[in-house]
Ligand binder design. Sequence first.
Ligand SMILES: Nc1ncnc2c1ncn2[C@@H]1O[C@H](COP(=O)(O)OP(=O)(O)OP(=O)(O)O)[C@@H](O)[C@H]1O
Ligand SMILES: [Mg+2]
Length: 239
Amino acid sequence: MDMLIQVQDLSKIYNPGENEVRALDHVSLEIDRGEFVAIIGHSGSGKSTLMNMLGCLDVPTSGQYYLNGQDVSVLTDNELSDIRNREIGFIFQGFNLIANLTAIENVELPLIYRGIGKRQRHELAVEALNLVGLSHRMDHKPSQMSGGQQQRVAIARAVAAKPPVILADEPTGNLDSKSSADILKMLKELHRTGRTVILITHDNDIAAQVKRVIRIKDGYVEADYFNKSEECVENEKAE
Ligand SMILES: Nc1ncnc2c1ncn2[C@@H]1O[C@H](COP(=O)(O)OP(=O)(O)OP(=O)(O)O)[C@@H](O)[C@H]1O
Ligand SMILES: [Mg+2]
């Protein structure tokens, strides 16, 4: 398989000096294209910090990050935002939907930044909202939808342009177990259709259903293993 992500000796120190926090401490890991990886760890262990680095949303204090074989540290801000737009769909825990836009307008918004024309934008947004089962809520604003529905809009927004990589930070963190299961099913489907999915979660039951698990503790990789649970084996068989 070809390597998508290669991180070597990556550290992130917030507030260097007196109150410094070593949020990432010499992390090294590799992720191939097409993998489905869960990143787990206690609150404050550095998961979101790692996601911000992997998603080129923030820069490390030291260490190397190669994305598609390209050293990210030499890229300009414009080049980084190009990579984010082209390669990565982000799903955040807090949904980050825009309150006064409808579901479909929220999904279309990032497509504007990708330079996609109006008609195609609309088609892609409709397709993505269908995928997440919200074709009947396209004209609803976030306040007129449940938490699970809002999260599904956020997923539709992340996947509408069909980015090859999905980075999801606790997408099920605020949801009930049924909605969580639905979201996980959608992520599995995106993986099945060729996406690389990196899923941050607190939920061990969810992590148990993902093939590879990376556990972070105090900013370092405590464990990196492949699940052999029943559910995972079942998923593999189903594929
Ligand atoms: N901008 C910041 N400035 C200073 N410290 C920060 C900043 N962001 C995060 N931290 C600290 O870095 C550490 C790692 O934070 P991070 O948000 O990556 O944890 P996390 O594993 O995502 O936790 P959670 O599960 O609660 O979301 C924490 O100790 C946190 O307090
Ligand atoms: Mg976090």
